[in-house]
Design a protein around this ligand. Structure first.
Ligand SMILES: Nc1ncnc2c1ncn2[C@@H]1O[C@H](COP(=O)(O)OP(=O)(O)O)[C@@H](O)[C@H]1O
Ligand SMILES: [Mg+2]
Length: 390
């Protein structure tokens, strides 16, 4: 197995910004922090230095919207039209890494294949640009699902399902176009502000998407884990081949999160979380306080999306949509009158809205993940859990 471990300390310990200089003597950790905290240059600072920079005489970068692992997102002005757009730019440290450059160009290629009202629209791309590769998207103004739940707590089932249905439609479109997102999570789903429909969804960030026509070696089987531990499917952890059903699992994690204010699997350590995810079934929604009035179809929908084995999940987005429609119909039939949000967890207990992509992981799975629990052990854990709940 040929894994590539991430440099051990490439983030500022105080603000969590990533270092531009990567590992080694320039590592932010070696100096105790990023430039704002006395250390080496980091992506956040690099982003700020690019404000007012022109790209090929066609765009001017105006403001940093977000700094993530895969790039910095700017609000920018398009000279030809005078309108504002969003530009994702590959950080300079990554331009020199061929793998990062390929992945960046892959995001633009994935978006170029897609045309769906619930997927962010690609407007332009210059990924072969030697100095600052970038691509241009429609500028979205809104709130990510992560921010929404942090602000408002768990959502009522009807609202959560209406949002999930739009994400599912977006995924169905992507899958039909041969694109598996692989990082569906609350930070990568935005609800638009001021749109004529409430809660209009846009799915973002195809930064680690897998394109069906990619060469087989482009899918990092057995090698690197991509995605975010709390949301990804078990087969992404083990490095088995993935298909669109991996996104359905992640969507189950997102729906659970919308309804419960927390993920089905939570742990302080990503390794323990992933071991749990491999070793035991996801908790049932019906075990949540306040879920008694919810229709059984909702519980079954979430359970079926969160099945550990892909073959036990809905076969595709259409099959998942049929289950989801069944849950919506059941709510409409009578349970909706009783549908309440579960007692919201205290704000301190809710996951904090992290920096976008903060939790995304690229790990050497083979070397770093503890072995999954044996089946018997997992059943024992479940029995213990049931006993505790009883
Ligand atoms: N087209 C866009 N318009 C407005 N904001 C965006 C756009 N694309 C991304 N963002 C914001 O930037 C954040 C990071 O973008 P994302 O594509 O998820 O990058 P990363 O790969 O770094 O996670 C998103 O969570 C969102 O808040
Ligand atoms: Mg993201």
């Amino acid at each position: 197995m040929t894994g590539r471990a991430r440099p051990p300390h490439d983030r500022c310990r105080q603000c969590r910004s990533r270092a531009v200089t990567g590992s080694g003597s320039g590592s932010v950790a070696s100096a105790g922090g990023c430039p704002d905290h006395g250390g080496a240059p980091c992506l956040a600072v690099e982003g700020r230095t690019l404000i007012e920079r022109e790209l090929e005489g066609r765009y001017t970068l105006l403001e940093v919207i977000a700094t993530g692992g895969m790039g910095t997102i700017f609000r920018a002005r398009q000279h030809a039209t005078g309108r504002d757009v969003a530009i994702k730019l590959l950080p300079t440290v990554k331009v020199r890494r061929e793998h990062a450059l390929q992945q960046f160009a892959g995001e633009a290629s994935a978006l170029a294949r897609l045309s769906d009202p619930h997927i962010v629209t690609l407007l332009d791309a210059a990924c072969a640009q030697a100095e600052l590769p970038y691509f241009v998207m429609e500028l979205l103004r809104g709130t990510t699902l992560r921010e929404l739940v942090a602000r408002e707590g768990p959502l009522a089932p009807a609202r959560a399902l209406a949002i999930t249905a739009q994400v599912l439609d977006a995924l169905g479109h992507a899958h039909a176009a041969g694109v598996v997102h692989r990082d569906v999570k609350p930070e990568n789903v935005m609800l638009l502000d001021g749109y004529r429909h409430r809660d209009f969804v846009k799915v973002l960030d195809f930064g680690v998407a897998w394109l069906r026509s990619s060469a087989p070696e482009a899918q990092p089987r057995d090698e690197l884990l991509v995605g975010t531990p709390s949301c990804i499917a078990p087969e992404q952890i083990t490095g088995a081949a993935i298909d669109p059903r991996a996104d359905l699992y992640a969507l189950g994690s997102v729906l659970f999160y919308l309804l419960a204010g927390q993920y089905p699997f939570e742990d302080a350590s990503a390794h323990a979380l992933m071991r749990d995810k491999l070793g035991r079934a996801a908790p049932r929604l019906s075990t949540l306080a306040g879920s008694e009035a919810w229709p059984v179809e909702l519980d079954e929908l979430v359970a079926s999306l969160l099945e550990r084995a892909p073959d036990d999940r809905p076969a595709d987005a259409d099959a998942a949509r049929a289950l989801l429609d069944g849950a919506i119909a059941a709510l409409d039939r009578g349970c909706s009158a009783h549908a309440t949000t579960p007692t919201p967890a205290p704000a301190s207990a809710l996951p904090r809205p992290g920096r976008p992509d903060r939790d995304r992981t690229t790990l050497d799975v083979g070397r770093s993940l503890p072995p999954p629990r044996a089946a018997g052990e997992a059943e024992g854990l479940e029995a213990a859990e049931r006993a505790r709940r009883a």
